[in-house]
Write a protein that binds this ligand. Structure first.
Ligand SMILES: [Cu+2]
Length: 275
């Protein structure tokens, strides 16, 4: 084991490196604001991994830096170091501890994912159909007949996004919700979010999809339930008056429909992918 003359300097070095690591983790606001139940679960797991990593980082850097300083050989010393043949006890320890940590993180991540995707009672759900195309998002509300370039959802309800792509692969991502899902041509992918914070966030396309990828943004607006209900009613009223003005031609229909050449394939896909 360590001889006593190494113990004190090692401990001092470890405290200095550890304090620097802890300060870096705590003093900088690393993660975006949490605006969903999913975000809270994901962040807790992230912080567990970060703290474990910082502890290991502190131990490794302490031993490394101390060895570089204390056991450095002279500049003219070209001799080989003494041969060593391993240390069974050390090797067992540094295999078992990471194995346990990996297993803990794997099980924890599985539990987070299954919690994140657990369905609420149907009266507490809001379903929104999402269409992604180069380079825009369209959100339509089944039953309400409304389509919008903004995603509006009520706070406290579970939001289920049913997402389709018209052209290439896109990816729906709102960093404050901490969930991301690819939107893939030919299939309907689903994303579940429990937004718990009123506010306006940014929908980002997180899959390189062409020249306009960087501007493929939309707003995700989380509203109190009563404001959401009010918005839904006024949007429906506006739609009805537009349709009245346009006669039998649905004013909002073009935003909602795929180009004629894609329509049959898309219709078939929807039917096939939904249970
Ligand atoms: Cu994109």
């Amino acid at each position: 084991m360590l001889r006593s003359r190494h113990t004190l300097p090692l401990l001092i070095l470890m405290v200095v490196i550890g304090a620097g690591s802890v300060a870096t983790a705590l003093l900088i606001d690393w993660l975006p604001e949490q605006a969903s139940e999913q975000a809270e679960r994901v962040d807790t797991l992230i912080w567990f991994v970060v703290w474990v990593s910082l502890a290991l980082f502190t131990i490794v850097m302490t031993v490394l830096l101390y060895s570089m300083w204390r056991f450095r050989v002279g500049e003219d010393d070209d001799e080989d170091g003494p041969p060593t043949h391993g240390n069974t006890r050390l090797e067992v320890i540094w295999t078992i501890i990471p194995s346990i940590l990996l297993a803990v993180v794997a099980v924890w991540a599985y539990l987070v994912l299954s919690d994140n995707e657990s369905l609420a009672a149907s009266q507490d759900q809001v379903t929104v159909d999402v269409t992604a195309e180069q380079f825009a998002w369209t959100f339509s509300y089944p039953g309400a007949g409304i389509a919008s370039g903004d995603l509006r959802v009520p706070e406290g309800k579970q939001v289920i996004l049913k997402m389709r792509a018209k052209d290439v692969i896109h990816s729906f991502y709102v960093v404050e919700w901490k969930v991301k899902q690819d939107v893939v041509p030919g299939i309907t992918t689903r994303l579940i979010i429990d937004p718990n914070r009123v506010g306006t966030y940014q929908v980002i396309c997180a899959e390189l999809c062409g020249v306009g990828h960087g501007v493929m943004r939309a707003r995700a607006i989380v509203m109190p339930q009563d404001e959401y209900d009010q918005w839904l009613r006024s949007a429906q009223a506006e739609l009805a008056s537009q349709q009245g003005a346009a006669g039998s031609q649905g004013a909002q229909a073009p935003a909602d429909q795929a180009p004629a050449d894609q329509a049959p394939a898309e219709g078939a896909t929807t039917t096939g992918a939904q249970p």
